[in-house]
Design a protein around this ligand. Structure first.
Ligand code: SF4
Length: 251
């Protein structure tokens, strides 16, 4: 978990051609085309190593097990998630999983007792997730996420290839190879490839985030993310909130 492949800035015209080439592709086709042909060595996968993460990671590993994968280690994960990360690294032979985390000085100044999540969940997510990922993706032309439309909320209109605004006001591509996959497709993939489930999935957690902000939902809940920030009116941590419509031109 040490080799860091730093993506480099792509010039706008190259990036726009990449958008046109990749649009319409999904799943393994999108991963192969982007990782091996259109954006080789420059596209990064971001994974929570949560309840459904093994599917995307297995597909990425089939294309290139040496491709960089970012895991945002907030310092607040369940120990089961950290163990599952290590299990999947071993099982899928991923060689380039990189742990990101909050800046030490910012954490000491803003959340010295690790209790910020009790008073300011948006501030806590910004400190522990959004800023670390922003720093790691600086200059990256594209990244890969495992979101699906069936997850609801803002994700219902997800496209497989979309633009994202960077903190600097530029644009980068965001690839969602599983955007159109249904719950049944995810479950079938786990079964077909005998992928290990997250230990907490086995215990009734259909979605797993940080320990203080993840509850076991009602077994009859139809929303798999119902246990995330339950009752707090929050559905996303913030790392996905910069999404622009897929037809946006490059700034
Ligand atoms: S999910 Fe909860 S604990 Fe994790 S970073 Fe966000 S507010 Fe903090």
């Amino acid at each position: 978990m040490t080799r860091l492949a730093r993506p480099t800035d792509g010039d706008p015209s190259t990036l726009y051609r990449a958008f046109e080439t990749l649009s319409g592709l999904e799943g393994l086709d999108l991963l192969s085309k982007s990782m091996l042909e259109v954006l080789p060595t420059r596209v990064v996968t971001v994974s929570s190593f949560g309840a459904e993460s093994a599917v995307l990671l297995d597909l990425v590993a089939r294309v290139d097990p040496d491709a960089p994968v970012y895991f945002i280690d907030t310092g607040m994960h369940f120990p089961e998630t950290l163990a599952y990360r290590d299990l999947l690294i071993d099982r899928l032979r991923l060689t380039n999983v990189i742990n990101l985390g909050p800046d030490g000085q910012e954490r000491a100044a803003e959340d010295p007792e690790d209790l910020l999540h009790r008073s300011d969940i948006d501030g806590c997510c910004d400190l522990r997730k959004v800023r670390p990922l922003d720093r790691a993706l600086a200059g990256a032309p594209a990244w890969i996420s495992g979101r699906k439309r069936f997850q609801g909320g803002a994700r219902t209109t997800l496209q497989s290839v979309e633009w994202e605004e960077t903190p600097e006001g530029g644009r980068r591509l965001k690839l969602n190879p599983l955007a159109s996959w249904r719950e049944a497709d995810i479950d079938a993939y786990f079964d077909n490839y005998a992928l290990p489930r997250h230990p907490l999935w086995e215990d009734g957690y259909p979605s797993v985030g940080c320990a203080p902000c993840t509850a076991k939902p009602d077994p009859d809940a139809t929303d798999r993310r119902a246990g995330r920030w339950a009752g707090l009116g929050k559905t996303e941590c913030g790392i996905h909130n910069r999404r622009k419509p897929a037809t946006s031109p490059i700034a």
